[in-house]
Each structure stands twice: as structure tokens, then as C-alpha cells.
Design a protein around this ligand. Sequence first.
Ligand code: CMC
Length: 471
Amino acid sequence: MAKQNMPAAKTKPAKAASAKANSGKATAVKADAAKAAAKPETVTFIDNRTGKRFDYPIIKGTVGPDVVDIRKFYGDTGMFTYDPGYGSTGSCSSSITYIDGDVGILEYRGYPIEQLAEHSHFLEVAYLLLSGELPTAKELREFEDSITHHTMLQEQIHFFFRGFRRDSHPMALMVAAVGSLAAFYHDYLDFHDPKDRMIASHRLISKIPTIAAWAYKYSQGQPFMYPRNDLDYAGNFLHMTFATPCETYKVNPVLARALDRLFILHADHEQNASTSTVRLAGSSGANPFACISAGIASLWGPAHGGANEAVLDMLTQIGDRNRIPEFIKRAKDKNDPFRLMGFGHRVYKNYDPRAKIIQRSCHDVLDELGIRKEPLLDLAMELERIALEDDYFVEHKLYPNVDFYSGIIYKAMGFPNSMFTAMFAIARTVGWIAQWAEMMVDSESRIGRPRQRFIGATRRNYVPISRRKAK
Ligand code: CMC
């Protein structure tokens, strides 16, 4: 200390001392860095009953939270981890979609969803999700050509549809018809061959809009409309849904663009319930058409893709802005099963970036259709405003999700509520099949087999029927 306080004339030794001190600091910093570098990249679990310690490696992704590799946990400890709903469990490595739910980021293969929604179109995004890269002009042309030329369904599928009641829910038809593709297209079934995987992917992406449109036509008692190769993906779907053989149907380009954008927004969303279902089904080596059918079944539920239909039902039920507080109160009441549909998300604890884009699209579509006043949109916006100011929704970080506004657009376009989830399924088929294909080549993937905590009866002896007592 005294040396450091010496007069300026004698600064040399002071400098030397400080240089020494600095070099000492630098050595300490280096040592710290070396120590830190030497620190094991592991997490230690301690069984407090026995004091035994178990180390597990931390593995990293390119971005996002680190992951603890607990594959050896059961073998080491004889215990399972318990995580109903998989809130803390990663089931695979994936390079397709990245979400940061805290800040509301969604990226497909690294590209922000906002940029794709603005500049790209659905089939280009489909190519990106499947292959990992944006296509060149030639690659895109060939891909679009392949999808466009496989949109027809095997003619026999007509009869399959006819076995259903006319009032069947389109999702029931979708589950069945997509599963039935396994029976209609059973060539090229070596899914370890990239060519066969590609054929299955193209068949699914090209045929799913035809199946969804026909599910609608069937419910209306109208003739099925065949696909038209001069139309783009969304335009063709609008044609197959709304055209009839009696008159020429002109696709409205604004509506086709809005629908295409909705398809982009719904194309993938990493390991959600339906995608995990597809992977789990596929992990046994099952037929991909059957796996996608399983994904559609999972999507159908109101907590997942069925929410868009449920939102419109809810808005209709609320009916008037004066009744909003009553429904907000119900949504907060733990004894009432009612939830605000289209609100909340397992991953997004911020505004769902897709909801923002959809809200803007909603106005474009209503303007194009000359709908100056859509009471359900007014109601939805008022509901959003009130919910976002409410302490419960703020504290629980509940924001509108992708399904909050999509139904209003679909309704304005003329789709009945029952078709909303079917349209989600059209778009998500791309994500499902990309995830399935990724799993098929992942050397670390194994048949999915979660474990359980058993809470049932312990071993007991069989009781003959004559000795059983009524409860
Ligand atoms: N209304 C009222 N309370 C809610 C809601 C809601 N919509 N969503 C979550 N909460 C509450 C929930 O009661 C719980 O409160 P507490 O901690 O006090 O018990 C807390 O928020 C966390 O909820 P959670 O059920 O543990 O959250 P989760 O991650 O398991 O569920 C969700 C996510 C999307 C299923 C749920 O938010 C929900 O049911 N939302 C309505 C349905 C919906 O809009 N689904 C579409 C999701 S986006 C499209 C898709 O990708 O499928």
C-alpha cells in the first residue's frame, strides 16, 4: 500500500509494482479461467438418504437451455425421474424448429417466423422444414411440381368416405382417411431408404388438403372437387372446398395469401403433443401415414389444435362484451373447468409471435371481404384487452396464442368451425413428417417407452366370484 502512495517522481517502481500486481491478477484470472474450464460440465444428484452422488453430463444445443443427459439415471440409481406432461424433459435432439417462449421467438431452421410469413410461401417453407435449407429456384420448381402432381387421391378413397355419416366431424374423417393411406399406398415402404421417406412425405403433403376439402364436401352433401394443377397450394385448397361443378370458382388471391400465411404459421412447433405423438408412434417403425393419423388425433383436442374451434364457440357463448368479466372470473376460478380458450401456452410466457401476425392478417381478410364490423373480432379484441390487464393473467403470463384469432379469419372465409382444426392439420403435416424423417435418421433415437410411478394395488390373490362382496 505504502509503495502505491509514493510521489510521482518515483513512479517507476510503483509502475513495476503495479505491473507485478497486474500480472499477478492476470495469473489469478487465468487460473480462475483454467479452474472454470476444468470444472466438469455435469450436474450432480445427491440421494440424501444415502449421501450417494451421481454425476450426469450437461450437453448443449446451438441455442437454448442446456440439457442434462440422464439416460443412465435409472441404471445408476434404480429410480425414475417423474415429469408428467414432460415440462422439464427433452425427448430428442432436433434441428428443425427453435422456440424461446420467454421472449416470444419462433424460428424454422434458424429463420424467424415473421420473415417467413412476410416473404416466403407455404411450399417454400415446407421445403425448408424438410430439407434444412431454403430451396434454389430449380429445387423449388421441382418440389412444387411434385406436390402439385400428387394431390389426387386414389379413386377408391371415394368409397371409403362414403362409409361415414354425413354429420361426422371432419377431424374424425381426417384421422381415418389419412390412416387409410397406409392401405392405399403400400409401395415404397422401406423407410430407411431416403427416397421412400421422401415419397411418403410428398404424398402426405400433397394429399392432405384434398382429404380435408373432401371431408368438408362430404359433410355438405356436395360432390368432391378434384384438385387443379394450375393453382397454388392454398388456392387449390380453397377451390376444392368452395367450388362446385355448377359454376366457375375464382380464387380470391388475398384470401389465398392469408390462408397460405396461416399454413406457414402452423407448419411446425417442435415437440408439442401431436408432434411427440407422431414421433412416439414412429419410434416403433410404424407406417408414416398411420403415424400422421395419430398426430391428427392428438391435435384434435381443445388444449391443442382444437382450441381454434373452441375459441369461436367460447366467443359465441360470451356473446356480448358486457359478459366478458363473468367469463374472466370463471377462467380464474379453480373449481370451474372453464378456461379462456386461445390463451396460455406451455412454452410461450410472452405474446405468441404467431398470434401477432394473425391479428394483422385478420384485418386484411375482413377488409378484403368488405366486412366492416365483425362482432366476434370486436369481442375477441375486448376480451384480450381485459385479460391482459387482469392480475391473474399477468401473473400467470397468459397471452393470446396462435388459435385466438385464426378462427375469426377462417369463419370470415366461409369455413365452418368444425373445419378449423382440420386446416391446422393440413399445415402441421409438414412439421410432423419432417420430425418423423429426422427421427428415422437419428442414431440416438430408440423406441419411445416412458416409465411410471405405480400407485395401484400391491400383489394380492385372486378371489373367486362367489366370494366377492359388492362395494
Ligand atoms: N385460462 C385460465 N387459466 C389458465 C389458462 C387459460 N387458458 N391456461 C393456463 N391457465 C392457468 C392454469 O390454471 C394454471 O394455473 P395455476 O398455476 O394457478 O394452477 C397455470 O395457468 C398454468 O397452466 P397449465 O395448465 O399448467 O399450463 P400448461 O402448460 O399445462 O397448459 C395450455 C398449456 C395451452 C394447455 C393451457 O394454457 C390451456 O389450456 N389453454 C387454453 C387452450 C388453448 O388455447 N390451447 C391452444 C394452445 S396453442 C396451439 C397449439 O400449439 O396447440
